[in-house]
Design a protein around this ligand. Structure first.
Ligand SMILES: [Zn+2]
Length: 161
């Protein structure tokens, strides 16, 4: 006899069991007395993610929720598969295993505080020879190991990091 609840961490979810009501646990769906009720009310998908093998919740807004269910993948894998589909988009740079979006520099005179990296200037050189300087670089995070073959490095910084 215990309590079942979903806890998300590092882009994954797990159903945890606790003898006591989980202290300090805050969630819109709370904790449940049975595993079945937890699975149903916390939208835990009945199969593990077909990509990473982790348990996952489909408790997201549409259309994401339907996409996760149709593809049987977790939010985290869904996020990275989107970048795999767009891997040849010329504005994406993959540098030392980290994914960046190189947006055009914001207009002169505009307040750059809300630009990527607070308006810091970077120059990126792609392996195909293109080079671009920007004050509006965005980082999507470190590419997980399971996506590194599909998302190999394609660029380098020539002035920063
Ligand atoms: Zn996954």
């Amino acid at each position: 006899m215990g309590f079942y609840f979903v806890r998300g961490f590092d882009g994954k979810s797990a159903i945890l069991e606790s003898k006591e009501y989980p202290k300090g646990y805050q969630s819109t769906h709370g904790a449940f007395l049975t595993m079945e009720e937890c699975v149903e009310k916390a939208c835990v998908f009945p199969e593990p993610c077909s990509c990473c093998g982790e348990l996952f919740t489909t408790n997201y807004c549409e259309p994401t929720k339907s996409e996760l269910m149709a593809q049987k993948i977790c939010f985290h894998c869904h996020f990275w598969k989107g970048y795999v589909r767009e891997k040849d988009n010329p504005k994406f740079a993959r540098i030392k295993g980290t994914h960046y979006c190189v947006e055009k520099s914001a207009n002169v005179g505009r307040d750059v505080r809300w630009n990527g990296f607070g308006g810091t200037k970077f120059t990126v050189r792609w392996m195909d020879g293109r080079q671009e300087s920007t004050n509006n670089l965005w980082c999507q995070g470190d590419i997980p190991d399971r996506f590194k073959n599909d998302l190999p490095d394609n660029a380098e910084f020539i002035n920063k990091l």
